[in-house]
Design a binder for this molecule. Structure first.
Ligand code: SF4
Ligand code: FES
Length: 388
């Protein structure tokens, strides 16, 4: 783990999350992208991304996730991949699979693409399409998985888990086996951005989580050496804060579509952060010197029970964005921690009853009408969400 030695001398980052666009053909209700999304007209150009990647490599970055929204909506994605390759950065495409065909994948592979992470919402095609808010999205994923395997690239499956799909974890793992993936990431929903709006509908029960956890342990033994099974903990339920992003400004940075640079993808929600932009400052200054990246580095900013806590170098006080979302103060101990004076905010939710789930709130009202219709393709201008 990188050491942060103080606000004037941080260790270099190793990873960069490149959010190439907020536009997306899917409408996942757990989307963690901000409520206010970057418009397409404000996006960095391919040339600007090339410069960001060159600066990132000089800073020490060796790995980039090309994400969004849906990065395949960028017509210049090949140019961006080639720029990362030229800078010596390993590229991983994080995609919903919609829009990936043989010619596009060949062009991306030629440009230097090294691996693909494919999102899936459910093992059942109809349930997948209902959650994603797009008809035939499962079929597009199935085709994309086959193309990636045929191209010989490493393939990972990304699944965001919630009340609607936790009981399908066994089937989701079977799906990964069938599709020939190398890795399956089962990430319990983190409630940021749009996901926080749908929390009541998405929050699972303790019983669901216990069953899913047992399934993952059993399948992990069975698949050892073949598929890497990753379980991202549901921090509302465990009383333990997560070491979010490996610590604030410690190991990675996020560049939003409009060039805003953030210590984590959700940090745009913090009202007083004033995040810098690559159009105004060199990336090295942003990482090393900017007030936004130094705001929660190290341990000196900590308050309450985090101050002097023996776990402060392990979990870094938890997630700043969650502390802000639940308490209005980003410097408070993450309420997910059982020692937090605000822990009741999540414990009551985790232990409360689960009446019938309300319908999802989609980014576009009526994205999935009650009658079962689905929206058609869109330009990506007004319906962005993440590609997880
Ligand atoms: Fe982590 Fe703070 Fe909780 Fe200690 S009090 S375990 S540092 S979140
Ligand atoms: Fe921002 Fe955790 S998501 S610090």
């Amino acid at each position: 783990m990188a050491q942060v030695t103080g606000s004037t001398d941080p260790a270099p980052p190793w990873a960069l999350l490149a959010e190439l666009t907020h536009a997306c053909p899917l409408h996942c209700p757990y989307c963690s992208n901000p409520l206010e999304l970057a418009r397409r007209a404000s996006e960095l150009s391919g040339g600007e991304w090339a410069d960001v990647l060159r600066q990132a490599a000089e800073l020490g970055v060796v790995h980039t996730h090309l994400s969004g929204g849906e990065p395949l909506l960028r017509p210049d994605l090949e140019q961006i991949v080639a720029a990362a390759e030229a800078a010596g950065i390993y590229t991983q495409l994080v995609t919903s699979g919609t829009g990936l065909d043989e010619a596009r994948l060949a062009a991306l592979t030629t440009a230097g693409l090294r691996s693909v992470q494919l999102s899936v919402q459910h093992a059942d095609p109809r349930a997948n399409d209902r959650i994603a808010g797009r008809r035939s999205s499962f079929a597009a994923k199935e085709r994309a998985a086959a193309l990636v395997r045929r191209a010989g690239l490493p393939l990972g499956l990304n699944v965001v888990l919630h009340r609607d799909n936790l009981d399908a974890v066994d089937a989701l793992i079977d799906l990964g086996v069938d599709w020939g993936v190398d890795r399956i990431e089962l990430a319990n929903t983190q409630f940021y951005g749009w996901g926080l709006l749908n929390r009541t509908a998405l929050l699972p029960t303790r019983d669901q989580l216990a069953r899913a956890r047992e399934t993952v342990e059993r399948r992990r033994e069975q698949l050892a050496g073949r598929i890497d099974l990753v379980w991202v903990v549901p921090d509302y339920f465990d009383g333990v804060a997560k070491p979010c992003m490996g610590g604030w400004g410690a190991v990675s940075l996020t560049v939003a579509p409009d060039g805003t640079v953030l210590p984590c993808p959700a940090a745009a929600s913090l009202p007083d952060l004033q995040p810098p932009n690559v159009r105004d400052h060199p990336l090295a200054w942003i990482w090393e010197r900017s007030p936004a990246f130094n705001r929660f580095r190290g341990t000196e900013w900590m308050t309450g029970p985090c101050h002097g806590c023996p776990r402060q170098e392990e979990d870094f006080g938890g997630c700043r964005c969650q502390a802000f979302a639940l308490t209005g103060d980003a410097a408070r101990t993450d309420p997910a921690c059982a020692l937090s004076p605000d822990h009741h905010l999540v414990r009551e939710l985790a232990d409360g009853g689960r009446p019938e789930a309300p319908p999802y709130v989609y980014r576009r009202p009526g994205a999935v009408p009650a009658g079962g219709g689905f929206p058609g393709p869109n330009s990506g201008e007004n319906l962005p969400t993440c590609s997880q």
